[in-house]
Ligand binder design. Sequence first.
Ligand SMILES: Cc1cc2nc3c(=O)[nH]c(=O)nc-3n(C[C@H](O)[C@H](O)[C@H](O)COP(=O)(O)O)c2cc1C
Length: 656
Amino acid sequence: MYQCKYPNLFSPITLAGTVFRNRIFASPTGLQYTELKNRPNPAGIAYYERKAIGGAASVCIGDAMVDSEIALANGNHILLDDEGAAAHLNKLSEAITKHGAVASMELSHGGNASRISYAQGNTIYGPSAIETSGFRGMVPILAEEMTREIMDRTVQKHVGAALFAKQCGFGMITLHGGHGWLLHQFMSDITNKRTDEYGGSFENKMRFPLEVIRAVRSALGQNYPIEIRISGSEIFEGGYGIEYGVEIAKALDGLVDLIHVSAGSHEDPTVFTVTHPNMFLADGVNVKYAAEIKKHVTKSKVATVGALNDPGQLEEIIASGQADVVELARGLICDPDLPVKARTGNDAEITKCIRCFTCFSNLMTHKHIVCALNPEISNELEVKFARPAAYKKTVLIAGGGPAGMQAALTSAKRGHKVILCEKSDKLGGVLRCEEHVPFKKHLHEYLEHQAYMISKTDIDVRLGTEVTAEYAADVAPDVIIAALGATPVVMPIPGIDGDNVYFAEEIYKNSDLAGNKTVILGGGLVGTELAIYLAGLGKSVTVLEMAPEIGDGGNILQGQSIELELKKLSIPLALNTKAREITKDGVVAEYKGERTMFEADTAVSALGMKPLHDAADALRFIAPEFHQIGDCLAAKNIYEATRTAYSIAMGIGRAV
Ligand SMILES: Cc1cc2nc3c(=O)[nH]c(=O)nc-3n(C[C@H](O)[C@H](O)[C@H](O)COP(=O)(O)O)c2cc1C
């Protein structure tokens, strides 16, 4: 008989009479792809539908705003007081519910962080008059203290929004009472300085959030699930801790059906990468908050969230009673099929999130969600309407790194005959060098995962095989894909060819090559991550960067995580500093025209990568069709590698 590996995880749970098919809920993620007034369009709807298809028990639409005038924090919220959105929202809920998941709508209010409303010239309100600065580079905004009239309006806006969501087919609402949004602002000493009956004592600080919850409950009735997100701990220095989080949960116990325990507050942007745990933190780092709260509530169920994607760990959380529900955001962006794969015992096929922040950084900078490892996310409609390859081709892929592996998998899936050649004795490419780096554990797993997925196909893998022009001519394929990667840039610095100078890749492979004192040339992602790795091994390390800031390659949240880590590990960072010479005693560098000696026994060059264009050019005209992908085209990151590989492979053999 079939034995489900995760019986607790896949047990249903009933909230206010609604049955949820398992314990995996898709944590709220914000909206993208909209029409006028942020009404979701088919591409936006398909993004959420995909998670329902993958087996999540509930799919939550993030940060829908209850008040379109004074509550808007970001650019693209659904507006729950926009009656014209009804058709769009009904379509959205239907896209989720028809696959057996419960559609949930998150009700938010930016309060004192309503940056967009402020920019639109509206007065914004928090519990108290306060200036909020937000992320680096943001202009501070000033909120006024909420008057009784605005409080009444806000309660009514929540009620209206909840009824509207219900009327539009949503089977649950999630009130946002964490992360520094309005309800949380009332609960927190940092933002609530009131001296009336809504500030001061704990009871007073909870009064307004409870007024909202009670009004919403009374409007929706007892037979409708209400979830609330709270921050179990604000985490940052001076913020409240878990003891206070427990008190909040006790006050909510029984009033809501599910208390969803997150952490942090954007009141202090340095904890943003703990709310959304970065790669330097442990898996499930925030589960402890839910587990503590679970001990103290008796009526409501408890959910946990943050850095979760391993079915074994999810099962353990439920089985041990640390939480009743597990919520995943990035885990399901990376692989929306995680639930169905775990349910059917195909765990090895799950693509696990590496917490690189490509998704959220892209949402902040380019207004839509992409994933470094999942090229199909946000392209659901393209995938849905992709036509099968009209012609079956023989595809020769030169290079078995992330781009080559993705191209091979996608080509094979579309029915082509694929030969994948890799010069070394292992698939994985240059990123294999980071195998021993603790915070790259999930990246290593990803490379293993892709190699495993390839092993399950009939792709002809040829290791230890360099694709020369002669070799390619001999194979005589229809298509050649050059995924040859890149080579480190060598800067013309005197001494760079010395015995004590290495490339980052060499040190990643063998950290013993670095002595006790290392200077890294280049403060991009490669250099700074290497510094963190070496410091973690107890070595002294300094980073030199000629620019005024460390480079994040456009991934602002990974950049922020690195900055925090550099600070935590007290790694010296010399900015605006240019290496002029490397000697056996260290690196001579120039800062504002003055030269200084940075003593070191080892210097590491992390000054960028140069695509292997010449090697690719040698293959350009050997076959009728030729493509150059990944670092071999432009040395960037896994996201670029994966998406170009996927898209190029999707186009092979199409009818022209
Ligand atoms: C791209 C992205 C968008 C998000 N948007 C929202 C949102 O609109 N509302 C919200 O409450 N949380 C939002 N979150 C936070 C997640 O719900 C979740 O709490 C957080 O990412 C930690 O979970 P994870 O480690 O599974 O990603 C978002 C997260 C990501 C990655």
